[in-house]
Design a protein around this ligand. Structure first.
Ligand code: FMN
Length: 343
């Protein structure tokens, strides 16, 4: 009896070695592909392209705005940042397809900055001020001026709904009704999701909306977690992140963080309007990612965050209980970790 069991164990061990080797190769290939994409397509290596200029301007004017919100901003702080911001804005404003919302944001921040410290003289700002004035008068198109505003805080308790209760009523739905979701509902939810925080307000997340049908089905075919329900979804949303927004090696994973946060707001904003959803992971190795890119013409400077299947829940739809982990396993006591870090 010991013989066959031993042989089975040996076979299982050999299969595991083969599977582990294969997984290691796929991981190496996928990492290499990600690194290559970041090295070729991120904002780190295309400094003069328009989207990267936008990212740089947004980052810099956000630094200005942010500085003004501190308890005691240093008068005329950030000379280098501000000089670069003005130079970049002038260059960007010369492009025929410059986005006026970015320029209005930047100029508003610069004007708020100058206004804050206007009582104290500053030589270097005196040289820049005329350029900022030229910019402010030459922007074509609309936009909200950046700067600061008083924090109004949460709405009064009487008009506030119970977020804790609301969050607990959301569940991933995997059984959708035939009724399609109105495009305006989706657009409203995306508009709300745009208020999600992102690194230096660079807002790298992009959304593509696919209606139920042949094309959506082809996209769903490239993902392996929607079998049995994906085709019942009213729409499939494809969330991606624009790597142009990221300008340092340390930001290589930032798109996934910002994109994940955006996704959560979007899911709640849909839920708030009665629309259910199920995230569909894009934990895809290189080959699977290429398959999707053959169906959707994604530019090479975008990486996929996830898909989201959305729709009204079918009558009688059931959802998983999905018990949450024990609180004490989530909130850890830092005292037990202090000083024991190994790297
Ligand atoms: C990034 C992400 C990817 C997911 N991918 C899938 C998927 O491919 N298929 C699926 O059925 N559920 C997917 N889910 C849903 C999770 O299984 C679900 O959120 C989790 O079990 C908790 O359940 P709840 O959402 O109902 O609270 C995904 C969730 C997240 C956040």
């Amino acid at each position: 009896m010991a013989g066959p069991i031993k042989r089975l164990r040996q076979n299982a061990k050999q299969y595991k070695i083969v599977r582990d080797c294969h997984a290691a190769l796929v991981a190496a290939e996928s990492y290499a592909c990600d690194a290559s994409r970041f090295l070729r397509k991120s904002g780190m290596v295309r400094p003069s392209s328009l989207p990267v200029l936008e990212a740089q301007i947004t980052m810099d004017y956000h630094r200005v705005e942010k500085g003004l919100t501190l308890p005691n901003p240093n008068p005329w702080f950030g000379r280098e940042t501000i000089t670069r911001l003005v130079v970049n804005c002038l260059e960007y404003n010369g492009h025929s397809n410059a986005d006026s919302t970015i320029l209005h944001g930047a100029v508003g921040a610069l004007q708020a900055y100058a206004g804050t410290f206007s009582d104290e003289p500053c030589d270097w700002w005196r040289d820049l001020a005329p350029q900022v004035h030229i910019l402010s008068t030459s922007i074509l198109g609309e936009g909200v001026a950046g700067g600061t505003e008083p924090f109004t805080g949460a709405p009064p308790e009487s008009s506030r709904w119970d977020f804790s209760e609301f969050a607990r009523t959301r569940s991933s739905v995997r059984n959708f009704a035939p009724k399609p979701v109105d495009a305006q509902i989706i657009r409203n939810a995306i508009r709300t999701a745009q208020f999600t925080p992102s690194v230096c307000n660079r807002q790298p997340t992009r959304v593509r909306i696919f209606e139920r049908g042949h094309y959506a089905d082809r996209i769903l075919m490239t993902q392996n977690g929607n079998r049995g329900f994906g085709n019942t979804a009213s729409h499939v949303l494809l969330l991606s992140s624009d790597l142009s927004a990221f300008v340092t090696p340390g930001e290589r994973n930032q798109g996934f963080i910002d994109g994940g946060m955006f996704a959560m707001t979007l899911i709640y904003a849909l839920h708030d309007q009665g629309v259910s959803s199920c995230c569909l992971n894009w934990s895809a190795p290189r080959r699977q990612d290429r398959r999707l890119r053959r169906v959707v013409a994604l530019p090479n400077h975008e990486v996929v965050i996830m898909m989201i299947a959305i729709g009204f829940p079918a009558d009688g739809a059931v959802v998983t209980v999905s018990p949450t982990r024990e609180f004490a396993r989530v909130v850890l006591d830092p005292a037990t970790d202090i000083g024991s870090g190994k790297s």
